[in-house]
Design a protein around this ligand. Structure first.
Ligand code: AMP
Ligand code: GLY
Length: 418
C-alpha cells in the first residue's frame, strides 16, 4: 500500500515511523514532512494547508490511504474532499472537526449532550467579557473561539492578566466570539480514541505539559513534553469511559456525525474524581502521540485501513500495548512560543545512536547536505520507553543532553508532577 501522511510535526514523524513498521505498507509519502521524516519516507514539498495540491498529488500518485495529522487542513475540509475524490482517508470532515475548530460550538455540544465541562459564558465584546469575569471571579480562563495552535487560551489570576489577555484578543481580531470559563483545579490527562462515530477503540492515557517553563509556569504552548500512561488513580480509565466517552459516542450518533478518525479529550480530573472536559481535539495530540505510539505493539494499519477505506473500525479489536512508561521531552528553539530564530545548525544530531526503546522524533527541522537545521519552534521530541517513569525520564534526558544546541531550550521537569 502507498500511504500519504499530511503534516510536518513530531506527531507526523511518529505516525510515519509507526506506519512504516507495517508489512502492509510499501511506500510512505509525507506532505510536506520534515528533516527526520525524510530519513524514512519521501517528503513532497506540498504544504499541509494546500488542499488542491494535496488532492492532485494523491490522485496522480494513486495513494491507497491518507492519514491527516494537523487540525487546520481538517477544519478546511481536506478529509471530505479527499473522500469525495475516492481517496481513502483517515480524518474527520470539517463539520465533525468543529469539536476542535470552534470552542463555542464544542461547549454548546457538551452542554447539550451532558458531557461534563467547566461552567462558561460566550461573549462577543470587551464589556461583556469584563462582566463575565466579574460574575465568575478570579482566577478565570479566557479562550479564543477559533484554532490558535494551543496559544489562544489565557489563564488569568489577576486583573492585570485579564487586561493583557483582552489586549491580545481584541488587538489581534476585532469582534469574534470568546469563551470565558470558570477555572478548574485538578490534574490534567489526555484521553484519545479511534472512532467511526458508532464504536470506539481507546488508546492508552497520557499527560502533556502545556506551559513553557518548569513548574508549569509561563504561557501555554503546543506541549513541551508528555508521559504515558498519565499518573491516574486505579479505576480512572473506566470512570473516563463512563462519564465522557460513552456520552460522547451517544452524542455523535444523535447528531448523525459520521466521525472518522481520532478524538482527543483534554480532561481535568478535579477533586473527588470529578472529570471535566477542557477541550476536544479532532486529531492525535502532539506530543502525546510520541508517547502513545511508542507503546503500541499492534499494527496501526489494522485500524487505519478499514477506517480509511470503509469508514468503519475493525470489530472486536483490542490494541496490544507495551506495559512500560514512555516519556517525551520536547527541545525547542529559545524564544518559542514567541519569536525564535530558524535555520540554526543542530551539530550533534546526526551522530546520535539510539537503542530500540529510544526515539528522536523531529518536528521543526530541515535536512540539508546530511545536516539538520531548526525550522520551527518545537524542534525535536526526544522519547524513551522504560519499565518505570524514572527509567524513561533518565533515558530521555540523557539523550536530550547529548543533542541540545546552544540556543535550544527544554523543560527539566517533564514527568514530575507536583
Ligand atoms: P484548552 O485548549 O481549552 O485545552 O486549554 C489549554 C490548556 O489551558 C489546558 O490544557 C489547561 O492546562 C488550561 N485550561 C483550559 N481550560 C481550563 C480551565 N477551565 N481551568 C483550568 N485550566 C484550564
Ligand atoms: N498537546 C496538546 C495538543 O495536541 O493539542
Amino acid at each position: 500500500m502507498k500511504v500519504a501522511v499530511i503534516g510536518s510535526g513530531g506527531r507526523e514523524h511518529t505516525l510515519v515511523w509507526k506506519i512504516s513498521q507495517s508489512p502492509m505498507v510499501t511506500k510512505i509519502y509525507a506532505l510536506p514532512g520534515n528533516g527526520g521524516i525524510s530519513d524514512i519516507a519521501e517528503c513532497i514539498p506540498i504544504g499541509s494547508e494546500d488542499i488542491s495540491g494535496i488532492i492532485s498529488f494523491c490522485k496522480e500518485s494513486k495513494i491507497d490511504l491518507v492519514m491527516i495529522g494537523p487540525e487546520v487542513p481538517l477544519s478546511k475540509g481536506l478529509a471530505e474532499t479527499l473522500r469525495e475524490q475516492g481517496v481513502p482517508t483517515v480524518g474527520p470532515d470539517s463539520k465533525c472537526a468543529r469539536l476542535e475548530s470552534s470552542k463555542v460550538w464544542a461547549k454548546e455540544f457538551m452542554i447539550k449532550h451532558g458531557i461534563p465541562t467547566a461552567g462558561y459564558k460566550t461573549v462577543t465584546d470587551k464589556n461583556s467579557l469584563m462582566r463575565a469575569v466579574d460574575e465568575f471571579g478570579l482566577p478565570i480562563v479566557i479562550k479564543m473561539d477559533g484554532l490558535c495552535a494551543g496559544k489562544g487560551v489565557f489563564i488569568c489570576k489577576d486583573m492585570e492578566e485579564v487586561e493583557s489577555a483582552v489586549e491580545n484578543i481584541y488587538g489581534i481580531a476585532t469582534g469574534g466570539k470568546v469563551v470565558v470559563e470558570e477555572f478548574l483545579e485538578g490534574n490534567e490527562a489526555s484521553y484519545m480514541i479511534f472512532t467511526d462515530g458508532q464504536s470506539y477503540i481507546p488508546l492508552v492515557t497520557s499527560r502533556d505539559h502545556k506551559k513553557i517553563f518548569d513548574g508549569d509556569k509561563g504561557p501555554n504552548t503546543g506541549g513541551m513534553g508528555a508521559v504515558s500512561p498519565a499518573p491516574l488513580d486505579v479505576g480512572m480509565d473506566e470512570k473516563i469511559k463512563t462519564s465522557v466517552i460513552k456520552p460522547l459516542l451517544k452524542a455523535l450518533k444523535n447528531e448523525k456525525m459520521h466521525y472518522n478518525g481520532v478524538i482527543y479529550a483534554g480532561l481535568m480530573i478535579c477533586p473527588g474524581d470529578d472529570i471535566r472536559v477542557l477541550e476536544f481535539n479532532a486529531r492525535f495530540g502532539d506530543p502525546e502521540t510520541q508517547v502513545i505510539l511508542t507503546r503500541m505493539e499492534s499494527d496501526i494499519m489494522d485500524i487505519l485501513v478499514p477506517l480509511g477505506s470503509i469508514s468503519k473500525l475493525p470489530s472486536n479489536y483490542t490494541i496490544k500495548w507495551n506495559d512500560g512508561v514512555s516519556c517525551c521531552v520536547v527541545i525547542a528553539q529559545k524564544g518559542y512560543p514567541n519569536d525564535y530564530e530558524k535555520g540554526v545548525h543542530i551539530p550533534n544530531l546526526k551522530n546520535i545512536k539510539t537503542d530500540k526503546n529510544e526515539f528522536i522524533f523531529h518536528a521543526g527541522t530541515i535536512k540539508k547536505k546530511g545536516e539538520y537545521y531548526t525550522n520551527g519552534g518545537r524542534v525535536l521530541g526526544v522519547t524513551a520507553v522504560g519499565t518505570t517513569l524514572n527509567e524513561a525520564r533518565k533515558k530521555a534526558y540523557s539523550l536530550v543532553e547529548k543533542i541540545a544546541w546552544s540556543s535550544s531550550y527544554y523543560r527539566k521537569d517533564i514527568g514530575l508532577w507536583r
